[in-house]
Ligand binder design. Structure first.
Ligand code: NAD
Ligand code: UFG
Length: 330
């Protein structure tokens, strides 16, 4: 298949491009580089031996995007492009609503116009809100606590409503849990600008002594050791979930959790990082972070039953690969 990958130079998009190329698909990448670097294209070439066609385009710009649709015939689109920093979305709500919603609307409109009938969307476990884990796809969604989360819930709705009146248009909503890790080549991984908000990139910076101390946000949750529990998923497993989705998705709308089904606490993750990589990660326990929930992990059985996909990598692989990338690339 020929697949359009928006946001394809970003963290999850670049790993997915590799899995698609290595499975024989042709990949065309769009990215405006707002949170990624052009050099990732060279890394994709180094890893796969193929250089995907790339357009530096903002997906909200319909005219520019339409030229791409006029130049290529796509069998499907995977829509990763979006802004993703929860805290920043509270400070800049309009930027988040505009970018994340308009990009989804413009892309789906052009997919309909040009008969591109497979649309895979990057959603998030955040749409479940604070419910009791494991999260299942048929749970009612809860209002999220920030504009970023709202853009995911609203994009899901937009795509579901569009699919319901366009029977040939298939939509697959993938709800990611906590993507971490890096490609085992060490060439690509997570490289956020500035001080990281998320746990794993913060831990790697502390291990590298670029930051002094990890703040553990709370040790009084009702969890195994009081720290927050999440379902960390290796980005390569996540990328393979997209490959399974685009190859196997059926008609209409399908929704899948992409997680491991296993919860890991902050302190367990720090312990695994220290043990596997033999580095010290100094930490201190501080107050809870606003908006955090105690526990979030997936019930991943639907993806296993319907897509034949399940996560294969464990927390040791995740902390090892994250550290290898940090050491090799910065
Ligand atoms: P990322 O920032 O590394 O990648 C997103 C890419 O999209 C970047 O390369 C950025 O430059 C590009 N982009 C943003 N807006 C664009 C636009 N208007 N036009 C063209 N390109 C644009 O993020 P990621 O972690 O790879 O996330 C990919 C998707 O998955 C996002 O939609 C994100 O919200 C979603 N998601 C991520 C996580 C996570 O924890 N990483 C969890 C759940 C969902
Ligand atoms: N944490 C710390 N210290 C830090 C950073 C995080 O203790 O410096 C803790 C958090 O309190 C939480 C856990 O580590 O218990 C994970 O936090 P992250 O910020 O890494 O991830 P979140 O679960 O808060 O959210 C992430 C993405 C969201 C996405 C969600 C579900 O940031 O965009 O996963 O996919 F919606």
């Amino acid at each position: 298949m020929t697949i359009l990958v928006t946001g394809g130079l970003g963290f999850i998009g670049s790993h997915t491009a590799i899995e698609l190329i290595e499975s024989g698909h042709e990949v065309i990448i769009l990215d405006n580089l707002i949170n990624s670097k052009l050099e990732v294209l060279d890394k994709l070439f180094e890893i796969t031996g193929k250089r995907p066609i790339f357009y530096q385009i903002d997906v909200t710009q319909q005219a520019a995007l339409e030229e791409v649709f006029q130049s290529h015939r796509f069998d499907g689109a995977i829509h990763f492009a979006g802004l993703k920093a929860v805290g920043e979305s509270v400070a800049k709500p309009l930027e988040y609503y505009y970018n994340n919603l308009v990009s989804t609307m413009v892309l789906s409109k052009l997919c309909l116009k040009y008969g591109v009938n497979k649309f895979v969307f990057s959603s998030s476990a955040t749409v479940y809100g604070d419910q009791i884990s494991p999260m299942r796809e048929d749970m009612p969604l809860q209002r999220t606590t920030n504009p970023y989360g709202e853009t995911k819930a609203m994009s899901e709705r937009i795509l579901m409503d569009t699919a319901s009146v366009n029977p040939d248009f298939s939509v697959c909503l993938l709800r990611y849990f906590n993507p971490v890790g890096a490609h085992d080549s060490g060439l690509i991984g997570e490289d956020p600008n500035g001080i990281p908000n998320n746990l794993m990139p913060f831990v790697t910076k502390v291990a590298k002594k670029e930051l002094d101390t990890l703040s553990v946000f709370g040790d009084d949750y009702d969890t195994i050791d009081g720290s927050g529990v999440r379902d960390y998923i290796h980005v390569v497993d996540l990328a393979r979930g997209h490959l399974a989705a685009i190859e196997k998705m059926g008609p209409g709308v399908s929704i899948y959790n992409l997680g491991t089904g296993r919860g890991t606490s902050v302190l367990e993750l720090v312990e695994a990082f220290t043990r596997v990589n033999n580095v010290v990660v100094p930490y201190e326990v501080v107050a809870r972070r606003d908006g955090d929930i105690a526990t979030s992990y997936a019930d991943p059985t639907k993806a296993e039953e319907e897509l034949g996909w399940s996560a294969q990598k464990d927390i040791e692989d995740m902390v090892g690969d994250a550290w290898r990338f940090e050491q090799q690339n910065k």
